[in-house]
Design a binder for this molecule. Sequence first.
Ligand code: NAD
Ligand code: GLY
Length: 362
Amino acid sequence: MPNSIQTIQVRTSPAYEVRIGGGLLRSCGAYLWDLLGNCHMAVIADSTVAALYLDTVTASLRDAGFTVSSYVFPAGETRKNFKTLSAILEFLAEEQLTRTDCVAALGGGVCGDMAGLAAALYLRGVRYVQLPTTLLAAVDSSVGGKTAIDLAAGKNLAGAFLQPAAVLCDTDCLKTLPPEVFADGAAEAIKTAVLSDASLFNCMEDGGFRFLEPAPVIAACIQYKAGVVERDEKEQGERKLLNLGHTIGHAIEKCSGYTIPHGHAVAAGLAIMTRASEKLGWMSEYAVKCHDGGRICSALEALGLPVFTGFSAEELAEAALSDKKRAGNTITIVVPREIGACELKKVSITDLLPIIRAGLEG
Ligand code: NAD
Ligand code: GLY
């Protein structure tokens, strides 16, 4: 049995539990059987994750009594598209899943977003559970119910809100992550700390994150995100804050043809918005005195994350115009005021270019 499991309640509709700790994939069957009862579990995973963890998960589910089938797609953000989504939906239909059955998203944010969207669409909605295997999925994407695929016009442009029935975050999976994929998750964790918690930021500074026990950091990030999502499930207001670094981050991903990973793009987006905030006088006096802007960029660099991009301000502004966060001729950006506090600013789309230019200056 797994030990020292932390549990966080997410009080959305429906409410669900996030469990964080070692060994959770090995024991997932018994926990999910108690939660969901007898049903068909369709496990979706990418090729890399399937080779590492699919047998463990399917064995645990079968031992508990579930009927189990699995679908594996090639790993990578470039596969987060209609073609893969459609193949997953056809697979669910071929396996004759019914409304009482369940989808299990085993993997990182790409699998979680896409399997979650398949669950939202299939039969107009079936239950799904998130089994995150990357740090990014653990600290962010597995919780909150945002599901999506990318379109040629931009990132995550087709999606739905559907909260999972449960999230089981097995921290043992993080041991097999390549360093650059670990860093992608660290970028989202630093984002969360810049939004919410100076002490969380302090312990991740100077690259120290690599040597921390991941579970407390994951729990802190999820506790914060759960609160925001409970207050604003469909991103009408406060939840927009979680997009810190994402307007420019998504533009970088799009400009790169989705070859720059999400976490790396968000790191550069966060650094660019931080420098823009400093240059445009949006940082608090306290932040200026404490060099918060420099500290945010150094924390990202210490984890091997980028703080600049090769794309021009014009290319980024153009790509950002198709962002979901645009509403008519305005776009809401998230501005760091100091480490632990950010604010939303609605700006006209013509103001975006000078803001990005300010952030690209050294
Ligand atoms: P990912 O899912 O592509 O995983 C990154 C790589 O790591 C893949 O090659 C994968 O096969 C591999 N991998 C996964 N787990 C592994 C493990 N334990 N050991 C070894 N390799 C492993 O990418 P990601 O960084 O997890 O997620 C990025 C995606 O998440 C983006 O599409 C982004 O838009 C989305 N996202 C969604 C939300 C949300 O709220 N829904 C939030 C943040 C990001
Ligand atoms: N990652 C942004 C959100 O969940 O709202």
